[in-house]
Write a protein that binds this ligand. Structure first.
Ligand code: GLY
Length: 367
């Protein structure tokens, strides 16, 4: 058993009155929760996507109206393509024509795409209006809705334009995870396992014990899983809001994953599937440099998260080149997040090209 009480909100502790709570409550509690944040009924804007709208928008709309709110609902297309300038402008136009003022909250109801895009809009509209995240996907509940990263994609790459802009509230209804397609559930589990690997060996032990029930989305484990994973994210962000140090460990497996996504195109794998393969590579390197890392144990847990077959026809060196191109933007050398042991991560920029090559072979099961 995990020892925690999901009735107690998780806190993200930040300077200058920017701390906020992540609460585990039904969507119907939003009006009360918003009042607790000092938001007073008036106009508000709800941004969601077509898939999520079908399940949740009516309930939220009704609850807000009953409390005196006047919601305007903007439904965008589902999918990564929506993180674009075009849809950003659609939010600007909807908000401005609705006549928002600097106290008008914007609620994001959906996964990472809607959260990142709408978060960016909220951070720039009238130089910043209150933002409430209502994440409905596993990735959003344990990762993207926490920590204030917002952004849109450009032709040159993902998330290249964005801000750090914290919400005033995150409201998680774990029940919403049951409408998530199975593949998205697995994709989110990759980020959950990542949180355990980098920061919490007891959580890793628990996931290992409960993996069958977790993969099957058993209601007896889902809330615990989300609460614990979200707590890890909140703690890391509280220590390093702007990613000047420790927050970088959240990128475990991501240097490899981004290279895979760039090389293979963004449609083949979900982000989580690419991260699963990326973590295999990072675990190989971790073991190479730290004998205490039980990579066999970690990799066998990752094997439980399915991913489509990796196409042949592209070389390890092409993948490594994609990794380097990505990093040129940081004006720094290639940095890797590795484990000292399960539950303890660190960053390093002294990994040899030969080891990176061997890590690709291991991750992609190449002979
Ligand atoms: N998803 C990584 C971060 O929020 O820092």
């Amino acid at each position: 058993m995990l020892l925690h009480d999901t009735e107690v909100p998780i806190r993200v502790e930040l300077p200058e009155d920017r701390s906020y709570s992540i609460v585990f409550r039904p969507h119907a509690a939003l009006p009360v929760l918003m009042r607790e944040q000092g938001l007073r009924p008036g106009r508000c804007l709800l941004v969601t996507d077509k898939n999520v709208a079908a399940h949740y928008i009516e309930g939220i709309d009704v609850a807000l109206k009953e409390d005196g709110w006047e919601p305007m609902v903007l439904v965008l297309p589902a999918g990564e393509q929506t993180k674009s300038t075009e849809h950003l402008h659609a939010i600007y136009d909807a908000a401005l024509s609705w006549g928002i003022d600097r106290k008008t909250p914007i609620l994001t109801i959906g996964g990472g795409v809607i959260g990142d895009l709408t978060g960016y809009a909220a951070s720039t509209l009238l130089r910043g209006v209150p933002l409430v995240h209502v994440p409905t996907s596993l990735i959003a509940q344990v990762d993207s809705a926490i920590g204030g990263k917002t952004g849109i994609n450009r032709e040159q790459g993902k998330n290249l334009v964005g801000t750090f802009y914290q919400p005033v509230l995150v409201c998680i209804e774990p029940k919403s995870l049951y409408t998530l397609p199975r593949r998205e559930w697995h994709s989110g589990l990759a980020e959950v396992v990542k949180h355990a690997l980098i920061a919490d060996v007891a959580f890793f032990d628990w996931i290992e014990d409960e993996i069958d029930r977790i993969v099957a989305r058993d209601p007896g484990v889902v809330t615990d899983l989300v609460y614990r994973a979200a707590s890890i994210k909140a703690k890391v962000v509280s220590e390093d809001e702007k990613e000047q140090g420790i927050r970088a460990i959240l990128n475990f497996g991501h240097t490899f994953a981004h290279a895979l996504e760039r090389c293979l195109g963004y449609g083949l794998f979900t982000h989580g599937e690419a991260v699963t393969l990326g973590m295999r590579a990072a675990l190989y390197l971790s073991r190479r440099y730290n004998r205490k890392v039980d990579h066999v144990r970690a990799v066998s847990l990752l094997e439980r998260l399915p991913h489509p077959p990796v196409p042949s026809g592209f070389s390890n060196s092409a993948l490594s080149d994609a990794m380097k191109t990505d990093k040129k933007r940081d004006a720094e050398s290639l940095r890797f997040v590795l484990l000292k042991e399960i539950g303890k991560a660190y960053t390093t920029d002294t990994v040899s090209d030969a080891d990176v090559n061997a890590a690709w072979s291991f991750a992609l099961k190449r002979p």
